[in-house]
Design a binder for this molecule. Structure first.
Ligand code: FES
Length: 84
């Protein structure tokens, strides 16, 4: 058992199973098993998942589209939004 996404505790076998079920993009995998959605936002697993997808689909790794990114927001004090 090889853990690929440590934040979400997802193994290589689980990823391969989902690819075989028809989830063939990074965004598909992100939505169905939450890979790249953990604390590190995919920094620890994104590249590995792209390599697994490429291998399982018989594509070059450059052909694997990266998932959609939404940078984390950070709290802003209310005073920063008030008109002065
Ligand atoms: S290792 Fe996958 S989101 Fe952090």
């Amino acid at each position: 058992m090889k853990i690929i996404c440590r934040c979400e505790d997802i193994t290589e076998d689980e990823i391969i199973q989902k690819i075989k079920e028809g989830y063939k993009t990074m965004d598909d995998l992100k939505r169905i098993i939450r890979v790249t959605m953990g604390r590190c936002q995919g920094r620890g697993c994104r590249r590995l998942i792209a390599q697994i997808l490429a291998r399982e689909l018989g594509l070059p790794v450059e052909a694997i589209k990266q998932p959609t990114f939404r940078p984390p927001t950070k709290p802003v004090p209310i005073s920063a939004t008030e008109d002065k």
